[in-house]
Design a protein. Structure first.
Length: 322
């Protein structure tokens, strides 16, 4: 569709220019009648020169970056075309200087105009190509970053189910249903650029149930929500990175505090946990949050605030305009 629109606009520009050019040449700068005016015969040659320039000369010299040589060729073509008009078509018998002063514009105007149009559309094509490449790069990077999240969530849940199948088999069926919902969310719904906040929070609720069961007796979990509306949209699998990081790097017999709030379209997520200060600088500790920050920058740019506080507790704060 874009291809058709672009070429339609080019065709209209060319038609309108030639109509205006013929009108000006015949009625404003000519003493001849239509049937006697040699410009009409010269017009066919001029069209040939203009489109030869557009389809052959410009692409060749621009590709080779031979701009000075092209300028010389352009000037030579304009000069020869004007001389041809004077001595072969108009047969004015005037001097070279007089010929150039009176008729050079007829060769230069269409050549310059259509050269400019060619350069303009080429610039637009290049810009569109660059934008398409950037968009594709962003989408590929987002897919890669999300692919690093998905296996972690799945494996943690599977490990929890495995443990309960040995110790508390009666609770396994409900856990499998929750895992099924989470798998659907991760594998299908998270492929969209944005999903409903309600679905994302449900996914986190299920994840938190798994984690409370998995860490029972070893960690204390505080999970609070204060959401005024679920009608918003959010990029999938953003919050889970912060929450999973809190569980993954918290120490035994510690407290994990997770708070999610939404008020007037602004989401705030705060995760706080005890941590081993000797491991805070390791790549394994940082990679999840680094990936999250890259995703936030790619998707939300200036519409977010992300902070990490490494004090007595490890605290991650995310504020997001939905």
């Amino acid at each position: 569709m874009t291809f058709v629109k672009k070429h339609t606009s080019q065709i209209l520009v060319h038609i309108l220019f030639w109509m205006l050019f013929v009108f000006v040449s015949l009625f404003l700068f000519s003493d001849f009648y239509w049937k006697e005016n040699p410009f009409l015969q010269y017009l066919a040659l001029l069209v040939f020169i203009v489109y030869g320039n557009n389809f052959l000369l410009l692409p060749f010299f621009v590709k080779k970056k031979m701009y000075l040589l092209y300028t010389l060729v352009f000037a030579a073509i304009s000069f020869l075309a004007t001389q041809l008009y004077c001595y072969s078509f108009a047969k004015c018998g005037c001097t070279i200087v007089k010929c150039l002063s009176d008729y050079l514009w007829q060769s230069l105007v269409p050549l310059i105009f259509f050269s400019f149009i060619w350069i303009l559309y080429r610039f637009i094509d290049k810009e569109n190509e660059i934008e398409a490449i950037k968009k594709e790069h962003v989408e590929m990077e987002l897919k890669f970053l999300k692919s690093q999240i998905n296996p972690h969530v799945l494996f943690n849940n599977l490990n929890t189910i495995y443990s309960y199948s040995l110790e508390k088999p009666n609770e396994v069926p409900e856990m499998i249903l929750m895992l099924s919902d989470n798998l659907k969310h991760v594998l299908y719904e998270s492929n969209s650029k944005t999903i409903s906040l309600e679905k994302e929070i449900k996914f986190i609720d299920n994840y938190m149930k798994f984690q409370v069961l998995r860490t029972e007796g070893t960690k204390k979990v505080s999970y609070k929500k204060d959401i005024d509306s679920y009608s918003h949209k959010i990029a999938p699998l953003l919050l889970i990175t912060i929450i999973e990081n809190a569980f993954k790097h918290s120490v035994l017999n510690s407290i994990i505090s997770i708070s999610i709030g939404v008020e007037k379209g602004v989401l705030e997520c705060v995760c706080e946990n005890d941590y081993d200060k000797d491991k805070v600088s390791t790549d394994d500790f940082r990679i999840g949050l680094q990936n999250l920050e890259k995703r936030l920058e790619l998707i939300y740019k200036d519409a977010y605030e992300f902070r990490i506080d490494k004090g007595e507790n490890f605290k991650v704060y995310l504020k997001l305009k939905l």
